[in-house]
Design a protein around this ligand. Sequence first.
Ligand code: PMP
Ligand code: GLN
Length: 393
Amino acid sequence: MKPVNSQLAALGTTIFSVMSALAVEHDAINLGQGFPDTDGPQDVMKAAAAALFDGRNQYPPMPGVPELRQAVADHDRRFYGIAAEPSQVVVTCGATEAIAACLMSLLNPGDEVVLIEPLYDTYLPVVRLLGAIPRLVRLDPPDWTLPRAALAAAFGPCTKALLLNTPMNPTGKVFSAEELDFIAALLARYDAYAVCDEVYEHLVFDGHRHVPLMTLPGMGERVMRIGSAGKTFSFTGWKVGYVTAPATLAPVVAKAHQNLTFATAPNLQRAVALGLGKDESYFLDLAAALQAKRDRLAAGLETVGMAVLPCHGSYFITADIRPLGFNGDDVAFCRHITEAARVTAVPVTAFYDGPEPPRHYARFAFCKQDAVLDEAVARLAAHFLTDADKRRR
Ligand code: PMP
Ligand code: GLN
């Protein structure tokens, strides 16, 4: 038999599926794959249910139902002052498809793409499948500050695009205004595009502010931004994503989408349109609730002995496992706690491709009920703390 696609054949199963399967096998609390353990807003759910019963169950319009394209444009204007028309919005099957569609819309084989490590696991495979060449720039813990000289050095005459994730998974970093200015200047200097994965746009804490790169001067014509109802409304299984793109690029993104999935479920699109129109309090309450969960889990992991890194956005915290004295790397650690303590996390090396990544960080998702977070901490404490430790604490 002739070989199948060699790049796909060489790819392992995503760490999220691997760790979730291991969690099920060991009846572990799954703080690995990022998904909330409660439903999102009831009115959005009811709208999705009701929308099944009014006769719009056939193929929706390819770029998205009009209600949702309008709602995304309105949302972008309300929160960020972005003046996009509904015709500049493409609705996709989750942000995952949006990322692929945006990259497809830009890249020809041989184009270079600048990516920032640690990075979400679909970015590199898609860039490579398109025949483009990744240029990786690495952020270093614990601050994950943008290394400006390294970023500038990654740009060159063949740079077609930068892929930026802010708020960032798995680091919890929210790129600062100064960092975004620096990135914008590079994009302008090298006439490059940016694909901005902003799925955690509303999950920002401690007074940090999410600023879409698209809103910076001159960036409206070269930046596409991506959102996800999975994150903004806690319905990760719905797979409703959306892209806001410059008028010249949106039709090309739509052509990519037309050949990937063509459309996503119409009732869910209509429900998400309702969600995006919710009062500002919904979005603020979501962030406040998650900030409290972050603090709860961070405090718990610290009692167990881990050193928790700052997290300003997303629903993940990264913990340094070295203080526990565990004899093994992050992969062994995450497997060990799943089997022995029945709590699952994700090894942060899964977000690296380049040589010598840090091997002592585990990522924990805190988008869970308080009782579940407490039980996870109790299990880790029972496993790692001696009786003397427990009496002291
Ligand atoms: N980008 C990032 C940074 C993510 O963390 C995720 C998923 N959690 C996605 C994209 C994919 O989003 P979706 O589930 O909407 O496809
Ligand atoms: N984005 C989620 C995470 O980082 C996982 C998404 C998936 O499993 N495809 O945990």
